[in-house]
Unconditional design. Structure first.
Length: 140
């Protein structure tokens, strides 16, 4: 599978095709991220854990649709994409005061490392401030 095929599958995974996770994500996968709960992403260490995290994100915005704006850019075993996510808030996110039906639109950048035709490491940088502003999140 080429890096472009992997990225297309990655996009489909984030758009809800969870069955792809076992094909494209390695066991021992490592997420590097500043998590909303204060964690560093190290708990996301398998295809199953990644699907759980994606599903949690999508639960509050079930129609969330990811598209690639830039890339994929490839450098050795790394692939980078700039993405946009848009959808509708369905409610239920702790701290969010936006009404259900609020439109959501935010961007981010994924850096992924590939080994043996699977993603083994993932760095994410998303515009969480913009997302939290759109969701009208208030600090507890």
């Amino acid at each position: 599978m080429t890096s472009e095929d992997l990225i297309n599958s990655w996009l489909r995974l984030w758009n809800g095709d969870y069955a792809l996770a076992d094909e494209i994500v390695a066991d021992g996968f490592r997420l590097h991220a500043a998590m909303v709960d204060g964690g560093d992403g190290s708990a996301i260490d398998s295809p199953k854990a990644l699907v759980g995290w994606i599903a949690q994100t999508r639960a509050a915005m079930p129609d969330l649709r990811f598209t690639i704006e830039v890339g994929p850019l490839t450098d050795g075993d790394h692939v980078v994409v700039r993405w946009r996510a848009a959808g509708t808030y369905a409610g239920g996110m702790p701290g969010a005061t936006a009404p259900a039906g609020t439109g959501i639109d935010f961007t981010g950048t994924d850096i992924l490392r590939i080994a043996d035709s699977r993603f083994v490491e993932y760095w994410i940088n998303s515009d969480t401030l913009l997302l939290m502003t759109q969701l009208q999140v208030v600090a507890a």
